[in-house]
Design a protein around this ligand. Sequence first.
Ligand code: 13P
Length: 247
Amino acid sequence: MGRKFFVGGNWKMNGTKESIDKIVDFLTKGPLDPNTEVVVGVSPCYLEYVRSKLPQTIGVAAQNCYKADSGAFTGEICPAMIKDCGCEWVILGHSERRNVFGETDQLIGEKVGFALKQGLKVVPCIGEQLEEREAGKTTEVCFRQLKAIADNVSDWSKVVIAYEPVWAIGTGKTASPEQAQEVHAAIRNWLAENVSAEVAESTRILYGGSVSAGNCRELAACPDIDGSLVGGASLKPDFVQIINATQ
Ligand code: 13P
């Protein structure tokens, strides 16, 4: 069994019911390649709304959650709440969580472990900053972030890794297919050496960072790129072309 192509839309802190209705409309009309798994990441206040509007073939994710099942954690949501809204995915460790909100490798690893134990499927994100790339530390940083995640994963069939170089996020500066493929291959090799050959072979690794209708096909053609995690372009009808990038 090959790895099913996967396209995630990360809406970040965007959306109103009115703008969400427009996205639901173009996603419902598609047509979407049935060979692509599609999941959209939405703000917690719209999880239930989006779930009630989208076709069941499209998954809905929260963009974050905490590592406890209830309690005095003002402002946080837990995996059980995400499931109670009818959703089954969560994105964790996005670079904005790491770099704007100061989440550490350890916290992200713990969140991944907890979300999986609570029955969610998880898209953990990793990726280097520009200074780290320029200092030749890309794989060192990615492997450190990945280890903190992998230490908490028992069932890899519920995990889809997103590699998102921070310098490519929201900047219009996509990694070239060669740059992205090089890191994806290194991540897969890390999984083979540190987890198992089977997990390395079966785990999907997404690329994220300025993915657009214009560059999605050449990225999707790389052997170790199994899809994309899309920010800005996932709010626009172009997202349908990105979903259909392997057709
Ligand atoms: P952009 O596609 O807007 O660069 O965002 C990428 C991203 O952060 C997806 O999680």
